[in-house]
Ligand binder design. Structure first.
Ligand code: ZN
Ligand code: ZN
Ligand code: FE
Length: 743
C-alpha cells in the first residue's frame, strides 16, 4: 500500500533552489504531491512507493547553499495532486530569508568557458551561485526588489527562470548577454572599444593598476608578480605595508602559497573568503612585508574568472577605497575617488545595493577575522534559555564596527563596517542599522552598547529613546564566544581569557589582558596583566617603542631602554608618565606585544596599521620553550622576562626564538590561572576571546597549555571587536529575561 507523508524541512532552505530540488527528487522517485515555502522553512506533502529513499535524499543531496537543520516526517491523510507541483508560498515572512552572496558555481564557471550563449559572459549565475545580499534592495527577495530590476529578462532567460527542471528556476539575478548587465573598460571617463577583459589584461601585464567593480564594491588590482606594480599601487594608495589580498585560480595560487586540504576546502567555499595561508616566498616582498603568510582567494564572480583565466597569474585585489574610508561601490563615486589610484576601470552597469568587503578567514585553527561577503546575513540560533528574549539591537564597538539583531530565537550578526572614527564609516553604520532593521522587520525593544561613553556607537545607542544595556567590553567578548558555542543561559560560570588591544573596564582603566569568571549575567575579574601606562594615549598604539619604554622602566631596566631608543624622546614621556599626563593605565595585551616587538627591533618607532608589530612577531616566531611571566595572586607580570631577553639577545639568541618563547610564556600564564579555576570547580570551561586570539600561534599555545580543560573558541564569529555586538546582545537579552523572571 502506498502511504502519504507530510514533511517539514528546517534550516537555510529558502532562496537556495530547495523547492526545485525537491521537485526533481520527487520526479526521480515517482512521487506525487507538492512543495512550498512558509515561515518555518519548506513544507512537503508526498505519496509514492519510494518515500523512504526520497526522505533520505532530502538531506543527503540538498543544494550546496542549503543547510538542513531538521527533516520531520508525519503521516498525511489529505488530498494530493496527480503529479508533483511547486505550490504558492504560504504565510507572511516566507520570503524574508535572504542567503549570502555565493561564488560562481562549477556549472556556471564551465558555461562561460563553453560555446553557449553565455560564453564569456561576466554576469552568469544560477540558483546555486551569484549575488544575493549585495543586490537586494528590499524584501521579498525577487527580481523587482534587486538591482537586476533594471534588466528585463529576455525570452530565453525567462524560460529558464520558469522551468523547475532548469538550474535557473527562480534564480532572481538570471541574465545573459541579450538582456543582462554589460561590462566595459574605461579610461579617463571614456569607454575603450574592444574586448574589455583582453584590454584589462593587457594593461595589468604592463604593470598598471586597475579598478575592478565586483559584487560588494570596487577592488584595486595589479600584477602581484610585479614588484614595480605592487610598489606603484602601495605608493598611490599610501599604504606602505599592510598586506594586500590576492586572487588567482587554484593552480596559480598553489605556485605562490602552500594550501593544505583544509585551506583548499575553505577557499572553495561558496563564501569565497580571503584565506590566510603560508607563503612560498616567491612573490615580491611588497605584497605582504614581514609576513610569512598571504591572504588568497579564488575568483568568485564570472568577471573574476574571465579576468584570471586570461591573465594566468595572481592579481593583487585590494579594497578600492580611500584610506580608512569604506569601499567604493558606485560608478561615479569610483571615477571621483579612485582616479588617482587606477589607470583604468573595469566597470559594469549593475548597481551594488549593499557594500560588502571580502571576508577574511583562516582554516587552521578555523577562525573568521573579518566577517562580510558570503557570511552575511547568516543567523545563529540562540542558546537554550534565550527562547523568550526580546528584540535587541546591539551596536558593537568602535574600531571594527558591526551590529547584531536578536529576534525570534535567532541572532543576526551584521557585516564588518570599518572604523567608526571615520566619518563615512560612521555614516555607513547609521545606514546599516536602518537597513538591517528594515530588512528583517526588526523592532528593537532595547539597545545594547559598549560602556565606553566616547564610542560613536554608544552615543548613537543612547539617543535612540530605548532602554539601554551598557556592557563592559571584555564581558561582551566572553559572551559572544559563549553564544557562538551555544552555551545555555543557565550553563554556569566559565573562565574567560580575553586578550585584546583596548576596552574600558569597570574600574575606569583600559583593559585588555583579562581572566574573567562568570556568565552572560555577571563577571568578575580574576586575573590580569600588570597594568602599565599608555604614554600619549592613542599614540601608544601607533608607536610600539612607547610601550617598551614603560615596561622596561617598570622592570628597572631604564638603561636598556635608553640604549634601544636613544634617538627617541624618552624623557618627555617619562615626565608625562610621572605626572600622570595623558598616560592612562592599561592591562592591554596588544600593547604588551607592541612593546616586546619594539625591544626586538620590530616596528619600534611606528606601525603603519593596527596589529602590524604583533603580526610580524608572530610571523618570525620559531623555536621551543617559554619565557616565564611572574604570577602573583591574579596579576601576571612580564617584568622578570625583560632582563632575560636582554641577556639572551646579547648572547646571540635569535629574535625568532625569543618571539616564540614570549608567545608560549603569555599563553602558559593565562592558561594556568584559567585551568586552576576549572580544577577548583569554580568554572565549567575556558573561553578564549578578544582580537589577540586571531594570532594563530597564541591560540594554539594557549589551547596546548590548557591541557584537558574543556574550552570554547570562536570559529564562525570574529574573536575581535567584529564579534562584540553578539556578546552585547546576549547580555542585554539575559538581563531582560532575568528582569522578567524577578518581576
Ligand atoms: Zn551557478
Ligand atoms: Zn537573457
Ligand atoms: Fe576588544
Amino acid at each position: 500500500m502506498t502511504q502519504a507523508v507530510s514533511i517539514r524541512v528546517r534550516g537555510q532552505v529558502q532562496g537556495v533552489g530547495f523547492r526545485p530540488f525537491v521537485w526533481q527528487l520527487a520526479r526521480e522517485f515517482g512521487l506525487r504531491g507538492r512543495v512550498w515555502n512558509d515561515p518555518e522553512g519548506v513544507g512537503i506533502e508526498a505519496s509514492g512507493a519510494r518515500l523512504e529513499e526520497f526522505v533520505a535524499a532530502i538531506s543527503a543531496r540538498a543544494p550546496k547553499l542549503a543547510r538542513v537543520d531538521a527533516v520531520e516526517v508525519l503521516k498525511f491523510f489529505g488530498e494530493l495532486p496527480q503529479g508533483f507541483e511547486i505550490a504558492e508560498s504560504l504565510g507572511k515572512g516566507a520570503e524574508t530569508r535572504v542567503t549570502p552572496d555565493a561564488a560562481t558555481c562549477p556549472d556556471c564557471a564551465a558555461e562561460i568557458r563553453g560555446a553557449g550563449r553565455r560564453k564569456g559572459y561576466a554576469f552568469t549565475n544560477c540558483t546555486h551561485c551569484g549575488p544575493r545580499f549585495t543586490i537586494l534592495r528590499g524584501l521579498p527577495y525577487d527580481r523587482a526588489q534587486t538591482t537586476m530590476a533594471a534588466f528585463p529578462m529576455c525570452p530565453d532567460c525567462r524560460a529558464e527562470y520558469g522551468d523547475p527542471s532548469d538550474r535557473r528556476f527562480h534564480a532572481q539575478p538570471v541574465a545573459c548577454p541579450a538582456c543582462g548587465p554589460r561590462l566595459w573598460l574605461e579610461v579617463a571617463g571614456r569607454e575603450v572599444h574592444g574586448d574589455p577583459v583582453a584590454l584589462a589584461v593587457e594593461r595589468l601585464r604592463a604593470g598598471e593598476v586597475l579598478a575592478v567593480k565586483g559584487i560588494g564594491g570596487f577592488h584595486l588590482a595589479c600584477d602581484a608578480g610585479s614588484a614595480a606594480a605592487v610598489a606603484l599601487l602601495r605608493d598611490r594608495k599610501r599604504r606602505p605595508s599592510k598586506p594586500l589580498a590576492l586572487m588567482g585560480q587554484e593552480a596559480a595560487l598553489a605556485r605562490v602559497a602552500v594550501l593544505s586540504e583544509a585551506d583548499q576546502a575553505l577557499v572553495r567555499d561558496p563564501a569565497a573568503p580571503i584565506v590566510l595561508v603560508p607563503s612560498r616566498g616567491v612573490l615580491p616582498e611588497g605584497v605582504a612585508p614581514g609576513m610569512g603568510q598571504l591572504g588568497v582567494m579564488l575568483p568568485y564572480t564570472p568577471l573574476h574568472h574571465l579576468l584570471l583565466d586570461a591573465f594566468g597569474g595572481v592579481l593583487v585585489m585590494t579594497s578600492g577605497n580611500l584610506s580608512g574610508e569604506p569601499q567604493v561601490v558606485d560608478n561615479d563615486e569610483a571615477r571621483a575617488k579612485l582616479s588617482d589610484f587606477a589607470d583604468a576601470f573595469l566597470m559594469h552597469d549593475r548597481d551594488i545595493a549593499r557594500r560588502l568587503d571580502d571576508s577574511v578567514e583562516r582554516a587552521d585553527p578555523p577562525m573568521i577575522l573579518r566577517r562580510a561577503r558570503g557570511r552575511v546575513p547568516g543567523t545563529l540560533p540562540l542558546p537554550k534559555g534565550f527562547g523568550g528574549a526580546p528584540q535587541v539591537l546591539a551596536l558593537g564597538g568602535q574600531m571594527k564596527g558591526a551590529i547584531c539583531l536578536v529576534k525570534n530565537g535567532q541572532a543576526l550578526l551584521g557585516h564588518h563596517l570599518g572604523d567608526l572614527d571615520d566619518a563615512l564609516c560612521a555614516e555607513e553604520f547609521g545606514k546599516a542599522v536602518a537597513d538591517y532593521s528594515a530588512l528583517f522587520d526588526h523592532r528593537a525593544e532595547r539597545v545594547a552598547v559598549d560602556a565606553h561613553p566616547g564610542y560613536r556607537a554608544t552615543m548613537v545607542g543612547r539617543e535612540m529613546g530605548l532602554p539601554v544595556a551598557e556592557v563592559f567590553h571584555h564581558h561582551a567578548h566572553l559572551a559572544s564566544c559563549l553564544a557562538e558555542n551555544g552555551w545555555p543561559l543557565d550553563g554556569g560560570p566559565v573562565a574567560g581569557i580575553v586578550l585584546d588591544g583596548t576596552g574600558l573596564g569597570p574600574d575606569g582603566t583600559i583593559w585588555g589582558g583579562e581572566l574573567l569568571l562568570g556568565d552572560y549575567l555577571e563577571v568578575e575579574r580574576r586575573g590580569w596583566l600588570r597594568p602599565a601606562p599608555l604614554p600619549g594615549g592613542d599614540r601608544a598604539a601607533r608607536e610600539p617603542w612607547r610601550n617598551a619604554l614603560v615596561r622596561l622602566d617598570q622592570a628597572g631596566l631604564s638603561g636598556w631602554a635608553d640604549e634601544l631608543f636613544a634617538d627617541l624622546p624618552r624623557e618627555v614621556l617619562r615626565q608625562a608618565v610621572a605626572k600622570g599626563i595623558n598616560a592612562p593605565m592599561s592591562s592591554s595585551t596588544g600593547r604588551l606585544f607592541d612593546g616586546f616587538a619594539a625591544m626586538l627591533g620590530i616596528c619600534g618607532e611606528a606601525q603603519s596599521y593596527e596589529g602590524e608589530a604583533a603580526m610580524r612577531l608572530e610571523a618570525i616566531a620559531a623555536g621551543e620553550g617559554s619565557l616565564r611571566f611572574a604570577v602573583d595572586g591574579g596579576v601576571i607580570d612580564p617584568a622578570p622576562i625583560w632582563g632575560e631577553v636582554r641577556a639572551e639577545l646579547a648572547q646571540g639568541v635569535l629574535a625568532a626564538e625569543l618571539a616564540w618563547r614570549f608567545h608560549a610564556g603569555l599563553a602558559e600564564a593565562f592558561a594556568t590561572l584559567a585551568r586552576g579555576l576549572v580544577q577548583e570547580g569554580e568554572a565549567k570551561a575556558v573561553v578564549l576571546s578578544g582580537g589577540c586570539f586571531q594570532n594563530a600561534l597564541l591560540h594554539r599555545l594557549t589551547l596546548e597549555a590548557l591541557g584537558d580543560a574543556p574550552f570554547m573558541v570562536h570559529r564562525v564569529t570574529p574573536a575581535n571587536d567584529g564579534g562584540l555586538a553578539l556578546g552585547q546582545a546576549m547580555i542585554a537579552a539575559a538581563r531582560a529575561l532575568r528582569g522578567a523572571e524577578s518581576d
